[in-house]
Write a protein that binds this ligand. Structure first.
Ligand code: HEM
Length: 489
């Protein structure tokens, strides 16, 4: 028997705002008992700048979660503690490998209740961290959005989060639209499926337009050096000063080190929903396509050693469950493959793939501008300094040559960032049905080759960068632009 088509309300998903909560995020917790948390986050920048944050948090009492009532309050508390935790870990000269009980005790409890990891996730920073400037205007409009909390107080940081909020809001209505398409495909209603796909493709172009506005108010240098360090996780962070991860102290004395990925847009359920509903499969990085049998396709779809897949563990539990349940009923790709004689349907389906691939294409340009270029500049500068100065300045913002147990990271299986993103983009085009679209996607990929415009070319005489580590957001990547690898996580 066919599993039922998921009902949005069962997963806390809004038919209008998608994965953003239907009830707007709270600007503060109503119970004055939590004033201390609110006061710390409201003064985060000053406390970091004056180097007093750790002292203040060390003296903070362990507040109980008993005063949290509605879901919106739990979400606000999660967001506050996530900001405090990352500011505590990364907001000083050297990172802290321990979180005091005043943060870890409530954070662990709240995370368990909300089914999210006890770190700053996409939910902390984006989904549950915005407010509209005017209540009667939409939240899919960047001109009507503000953030509730930031680490740096900069417009750049707010903008970085708000671009994602606007994308989530504008993309939200695609969710019920495509659930309708799945139902229509079950009934064999070709006309309705086609219409849904056409509307989907049109809205996807809106999302790319919003994404391209990133550069308007988020400066790559500010992003790379000031914002990104606070988003870092505790996994694979030995070089940055967290060889074991972070100890979440709870006073029991039996705590063990924990390691988590950093906050990243790769944790957006919306983009993964698009992939699932269109039948796009992401293989482990470096694995080539193998157009095999149905069983082979199903097997690959179930692969868990896959970064994109792994990011689901960082989504709110109900959202991740929703993706799982949608995958059980996703039938659009098969439906299109069964109706290849219907041009309108095939063109509409291919248009969605093309638009999503274009979104990923623009995103690669952004990553090159915001991560690859600044990390090259840092390396170029550090090469001209004495090794001692370079060593002293080494921190999370600095990419470095990495050796693990005497072996280069690449040898132990590092994943190159740009090839990973390019593979995700190329996989987006793979299910295309129209001969023309397939040829177009292939040509586009080939003509781009190794050097993306924004990434530029490596300096002349510069050493080959394939063993250089690049700190992404959720993960550490290698710089090598030509070949993929296997993820380390
Ligand atoms: C300055 C802006 C941005 C930068 C520097 C950036 C950087 C990155 C990086 C480094 C990764 C690799 C995974 C990691 O290390 O976390 C990644 C993946 C990803 N990012 Fe972004 N990102 C930006 C904005 C966005 C926005 C606005 C979205 C849309 C919501 C987005 C969606 C994704 C997705 C879906 C992935 C997973 C790979 C894929 O599915 O293609 N990113 N990003």
């Amino acid at each position: 028997m066919q599993p039922p088509i998921p009902v949005l309300a069962d997963y806390g998903i809004s038919p209008v705002h998608g994965f953003l909560p239907d009830t707007l995020p709270l600007s503060r917790l109503p119970d004055p008992y939590y004033n201390k948390w609110e006061a710390i986050v409201a003064n985060l920048q000053a406390l970091i700048l004056s180097r007093r944050l750790r002292g203040v948090i060390d003296r903070l009492p362990i507040l109980s979660t008993i005063g949290l009532e509605h879901d919106a309050e739990w979400r606000r508390a999660y967001s506050l503690l996530g900001f405090m935790a990352h500011a505590y870990i990364w907001g000083a000269d050297t990172p802290s490998d321990r979180l005091p009980p005043s943060i870890s005790v409530p954070l662990l409890e709240i995370s368990e209740r909300l089914e999210v990891p006890p770190v700053a996730t996409y939910a902390t920073l984006v989904l549950w961290n915005f407010k509209p400037l005017f209540l009667d205007e939409g939240i899919d409009n960047l001109e009507n959005l503000a953030t509730l909390s930031t680490f740096t107080g900069s417009l750049d940081e707010s903008w970085f989060y708000l671009v994602s909020v606007a994308i989530e809001a504008r993309g939200g209505p695609i969710i019920p639209l495509m659930l309708n398409a799945i139902a229509a495909a079950q009934r064999g209603d070709v006309i309705l499926v086609t219409k849904c796909l056409q509307a989907f493709a049109e809205r996807l172009t809106d999302l790319t337009t919003i994404l391209q506005r990133m550069h308007e108010s988020c400066d790559p240098t500010v992003f790379y050096h000031r914002i990104r360090p606070f988003l870092a996780g505790s996994k694979n962070m030995a070089e940055a000063g967290l060889p074991n991860g972070v100890l979440y102290e709870d006073g029991s004395g039996t705590e063990t080190y924990r390691q988590y990925s950093g906050g990243s847009n790769a944790q957006s359920s919306l983009i993964q929903f698009f992939d699932i509903v269109l039948g796009i499969e992401h293989r482990p990085t470096g694995e080539k396509p193998n157009p095999g049998s149905e069983t082979e396709r199903e097997y690959r779809a179930a692969q868990r050693h896959n970064f994109i897949r792994d990011m689901r563990r960082y989504m709110p539990g109900p959202h991740a469950r929703f993706l799982h349940d949608v995958a059980l009923v996703a039938n659009i790709r098969d439906f299109v493959e069964e109706h290849t004689d219907n041009r309108q349907l095939c063109i509409a389906y291919d248009a969605c793939l093309t638009m999503l691939s274009a979104f990923r294409d623009k995103h690669i340009g952004i990553v090159a501008r915001y991560i690859i270029n600044p990390s090259r500049e840092v390396r170029a500068r550090s090469r001209s300094r004495s090794p001692e100065v370079t060593r002293r300045r080494q921190n999370i913002a600095v990419s470095s040559r990495k050796e693990q147990d005497g072996e280069k990271k690449r040898g132990t299986g590092g994943t190159a960032l740009i090839p990973f993103l390019k593979q995700a983009r190329d996989e987006t085009g793979e299910p295309a049905v129209e001969e023309w679209t397939r040829k177009f996607m292939k040509r586009k990929i080939k003509s781009e080759g190794v050097g993306d415009f924004f990434a530029g070319k490596p300096e002349e005489g510069a050493p080959v960068e394939q063993d250089v580590e690049v700190k992404g957001l959720a993960w550490s990547w290698t710089m090598d632009d030509e070949v993929g690898g296997i993820c380390l996580y």
